[in-house]
Design a protein around this ligand. Structure first.
Ligand code: GLC
Length: 644
């Protein structure tokens, strides 16, 4: 632990620490032009001669086809076929340099035995997990209440097709499944970066595989992306924080130096340096933590999250998110396009989606952080942030009829510590559409809050993940689902469902999107309908014990999605057309559908994604509500479990 910990504390890049996953001492960073660009590429390739790597080295059987992302062409291997030199996953124990043994892909300690779980697989491929077998409760102990039968083959042809497509989208690195390609459209001439593995896009794929009992691809994804976290990343002459996770990565096959007949595979990540708009993906690290927790809960393999490098990775993400800045708000301050909406859409500042993922990642990280010296302080900071964040969002982002009426009657320019209209919101900001849209029963969390500005647009992912993570309280969570039901024709209509509502039009669209032709009204990020959001709706509705909402949405999806070739998004107010520039065979549309079906068949399995309301946070929260902000300004600290 010593080496990695020291690096974390001093904030040095982890580029030179021992790498337990690859079991090599220095396998990285050679500057080499790739596709004409001079880039730093990670060579996770170890050759005995060069690196004196103790791990086994093998040549992949069959050739690696760069166009099909390293998928092994089983029939190849003859003259002209390229070979890749790859390191096999180490089955041995690594060391942190301090003499401590680290299990590599091993199962030990409190974790369930992975091999044992594998043995539970019946011959037909179904996996029985549950009882003492795997699904864990919020405290990390084995759930005993229900056995969860994870289904293998289905009787639904759409599901069967989806599984075939999902498997066909798998990307391999050195022979190991490592992720899924964003879109696998045959004969597409303009792939842009859809031929990469996106972190956020892989989440539903990863969950689908976990629920199917296929853990390896998720394990590999987690560990390889962790390697990319410590990459040296620069935009012109500036480097973002070390904890940043890439938006996407690609497996490239490049000629092996000094041997023109051989090739090797390299991982080539994009942290936003190549992305349109050059935006850092703030959501990637948060999703990574959420997936890591889900992996542990589903597989029972807790040794993964206990690994030194994984613990360091979690801390680096937290360090980046919890760093002090100029902010007066506990919400995470980000630039436009730093999440699923990765183009300019006026969501800079404190967008709800990031806050919900942030909250979920903080809770998940707290569950996984190993108790040790140096972590206590981090946990205190984390706890304080959780309380402040939930208070802030529940209080200031919430709108329903009552709150809207309150805003409508706001007084402005209140200079005082106990102002009612703290952010100086001018009532004229209430948009005319909202007066019509707001149902008498139901409410939602607004998209963004900044001084003198409330972005009243409804953003689906942020609202759904606020339910899943318990960022919204119980009452609010039900009210959000009430709104979904009563505004079904606006938010869903013919395809679930709108990424946000309503669309920006006219002058507003011109100014806010920069006249983006991809984000025209009711298309793409600007009010387009995204089938992938189905899985988040499913987790949220199962959590609130209202699965019928998700079932209704799944029925709609099944009417069209396979016939339409699994589009990325749909256009128009009612979601009637396949999106103008929508990719077909979009993997997260496929995986999102599968996860929904799996969760609806086994609602208990949704627990791997949920965060339950934390009673300590609720206590601290009520202390805050009951306290007068003025009184808190005294020197004496109030005695309560959290510093607020
Ligand atoms: C689009 C989406 C983004 C997604 C990417 C790959 O850019 O906006 O969220 O990750 O496509 O599918």
């Amino acid at each position: 632990m010593a080496t990695a910990e020291a690096i974390f504390r001093t904030g040095l890049p982890r580029l030179h620490h021992f790498d337990p996953f690859f079991n090599c001492s220095s396998s990285f960073l050679s500057v080499k032009p790739i596709n004409g660009r001079s880039r730093r590429s990670r060579r996770n390739h170890c050759s005995k001669a060069v690196l004196k790597c103790p791990a086994k080295v093998y040549a992949c059987r069959g050739s690696i086809d760069p166009l099909s992302f390293g998928r092994i062409n089983k029939s190849a291997g003859g003259p002209g076929s390229s070979r890749c030199k790859c390191q096999q996953q180490s089955e041995t124990f690594g060391s942190d340099g301090g003499g401590m043994s680290i299990p590599v892909f091993g199962i030990n300690g409190g974790g369930q035995d992975f091999a044992l779980l594998q043995q539970l697989k019946p011959e037909n491929g179904d996996v029985a997990v549950g009882g003492n077998g795997g699904m864990l409760d919020g405290n990390g102990t084995a759930a005993t209440s229900t056995d969860v039968q994870l289904k293998g083959a289905s009787t639904n042809p759409i599901e069967d097709e989806a599984w075939d497509l999902l498997r066909a989208s798998v990307v391999y690195y050195c022979g190991n499944p490592i992720g899924t390609i964003a879109a696998n459209e045959p004969n597409s001439s303009n792939v842009s970066n859809y031929d990469q593995v996106f972190i956020r896009d892989f989440i539903p794929s990863g969950i689908a595989f976990l629920l199917k009992g296929e853990y390896d691809i998720v394990k590999n994804f987690i560990l390889y992306t962790l390697q990319l976290q410590s990459w040296e990343k620069t935009m012109d002459c500036y480097s973002p924080g070390q904890g940043l996770m890439p938006a996407s990565f690609k497996v490239r096959t490049v000629p092996l130096e000094g041997d023109e007949n051989a090739s090797e595979e390299v991982l080539d990540p994009d942290f936003g340096e190549a992305a349109i708009g050059r935006v850092a993906p703030v959501d990637s690290g948060l999703w990574w933590i959420i997936l890591l927790r889900a992996y542990g809960k589903c597989s029972g393999d807790l040794s993964m999250q206990e690994r030194v490098d994984v613990q360091t990775g979690i801390k680096m993400i937290l360090k980046l998110c919890l760093a002090d800045g100029f902010d007066m708000f506990p919400t995470l301050l980000v630039t436009d396009g730093s999440c699923m909406i990765d183009r300019r859409m006026g969501i800079h500042g404190h967008p709800l989606e990031i806050q919900a993922l942030f909250y979920s990642a903080l809770l998940s990280a707290r569950e996984m952080l190993a108790p040790e010296d140096g972590t206590a302080e981090l946990i205190t900071v984390l706890n304080n942030r959780l309380v402040a964040l939930s208070f802030h969002i529940r209080e200031y982002y919430w709108v329903d009829m009552r709150k809207l009426n309150e805003i409508y009657r706001y007084k402005t320019e209140e200079y005082s510590y106990d102002a009612v209209n703290k952010f100086n919101i001018y009532p004229d900001q209430i948009p005319p559409w909202l007066v019509e849209f707001m149902p008498s029963k139901g409410g939602y969390l607004i998209g963004n809050l900044q001084p003198a500005h409330m972005d009243f647009r409804f953003f689906s992912l942020g609202n759904l993940w606020s339910i899943v993570s318990s960022l919204a309280n119980m009452e609010q969570s039900h009210a959000i689902l009430d709104l979904f039901e009563s505004k079904w024709e606006d938010l869903v209509a013919e395809m679930p469902f709108k990424i946000c509502y309503p669309a920006l039009e006219g002058q507003e669209w011109r100014i806010i999107t920069g006249s983006d032709p991809k984000n025209t009204p009711w298309s793409y990020h600007n009010g387009g309908s995204w089938p992938t959001l189905l899985w988040q709706l499913t987790v949220a509705s199962i959590k609130m014990n209202r699965p019928e909402i998700a079932e209704r949405a799944v029925e709609l999806v099944e009417k069209r999605i396979s016939r339409d070739n699994w589009p990325e998004y749909y256009d128009t107010k009612r979601g009637r057309f396949i999106g103008k520039q929508s990719r077909l065979f979009q993997t997260w549309s496929i995986a999102g559908y599968l996860v929904s079906k799996q969760l609806l068949a086994n609602p208990d399995s949704a627990k791997i994604l949920m965060n339950e309301e934390d009673s300590e946070i609720v206590n601290a929260f009520s202390c805050m509500i009951g306290s007068n902000p003025r009184k808190q300004r005294g020197r004496k600290a109030v005695k309560q479990p959290f510093i607020v």
